[in-house]
Design a binder for this molecule. Structure first.
Ligand SMILES: [Ca+2]
Ligand SMILES: [Ca+2]
Length: 253
């Protein structure tokens, strides 16, 4: 639980500081946070030529050839600089509701939650909707009935905690709406695909105690919270052959 309190303290400190200033990043500031944000090689503007310019400085995962379990997420790019962890996603938007990045904070595949990638176990995640839906009440619960418009991603952050008594909990440590995450609204790219780009202020991840390198992967969920996209991923044939599936490595400068 030590991490939890450190995270909340950092969040409170960030919310308390400075005047609004998006600096060189110039993106959609989702919430009410006030930060001085320095310039970055990635500008959150829905123009992805800055990602092309990064070349192999970015870590990139693409959908492999062959049958895969979840196929709607086509490309994931990750890049970290002194201030931000940036990501880019290109995806088939059909029935999309939520994107969730997972962080293997200790780069140890045997610690944390190992239910998503066989070679990586995550301790941190962030959940945010990327599309609006019209909802209706069905009996006593609200259900998504019509996919409407894309929207900027504004997640809440969670830690997966294992306790001494053997139980596990997933605890929210940082709510959405702080402005510490800057996201473009998904826009069309090619062949019916959409893409968006995001910058996460590294300061809000300090309580995750990220090492110089860590691993990160992405899930795309539909309106019923069923997975429809995953990167990185390996083919079903490679899974059957016993290969391990790893998340993507990110190196912090
Ligand atoms: Ca851009
Ligand atoms: Ca781990």
């Amino acid at each position: 639980m030590k991490k939890f309190f450190a995270f909340v303290a950092m969040a409170a400190m960030l919310v308390a500081c400075g005047e609004p200033d998006n600096g060189g990043n110039g993106g959609t500031n989702n919430g009410g946070g006030n930060y001085d944000i320095p310039a970055s090689e990635i500008t959150i503007d829905g123009n992805f030529s800055d990602w092309d310019a990064l070349g192999d400085k970015a870590s990139i995962a693409t959908l492999p050839e062959g049958a895969v379990t979840y196929s709607q997420l086509k490309t994931l790019k990750l890049y970290a600089d002194e201030s931000f962890i940036h990501f880019f996603c290109e995806f088939d938007p059909a029935n999309t509701l939520v994107f969730v990045p997972y962080f293997d904070i200790d780069s140890d595949g045997f610690t944390g939650n190992t239910s998503k990638w066989s070679g990586s176990g995550y301790e941190g995640k962030a959940e945010g909707e990327i599309w609006t839906w019209r909802t209706e009440m069905e009996y006593d619960r609200e259900v998504c009935v019509e996919q409407l418009e894309p929207k900027a991603w504004d997640p809440s952050f969670y830690l997966y905690n294992e306790h001494d008594d053997g139980t596990t909990t997933t605890d929210c440590v940082f709510e959405s709406g702080t402005g510490a995450v800057i996201s473009s609204v998904p826009c069309t790219t090619k062949d019916g695909l959409y893409a968006f780009e995001v910058s996460i202020l590294r300061s809000i991840l300090y309580a995750y105690n990220l090492g110089e390198t860590f691993t990160m992967g992405m899930y795309q969920y539909n309106q019923n919270w069923a997975c429809i996209g995953q990167l990185p991923c390996i083919t079903d044939a490679d899974k059957s052959a016993g290969e391990l599936e790893y998340m993507l490595t990110v190196t912090l400068p």
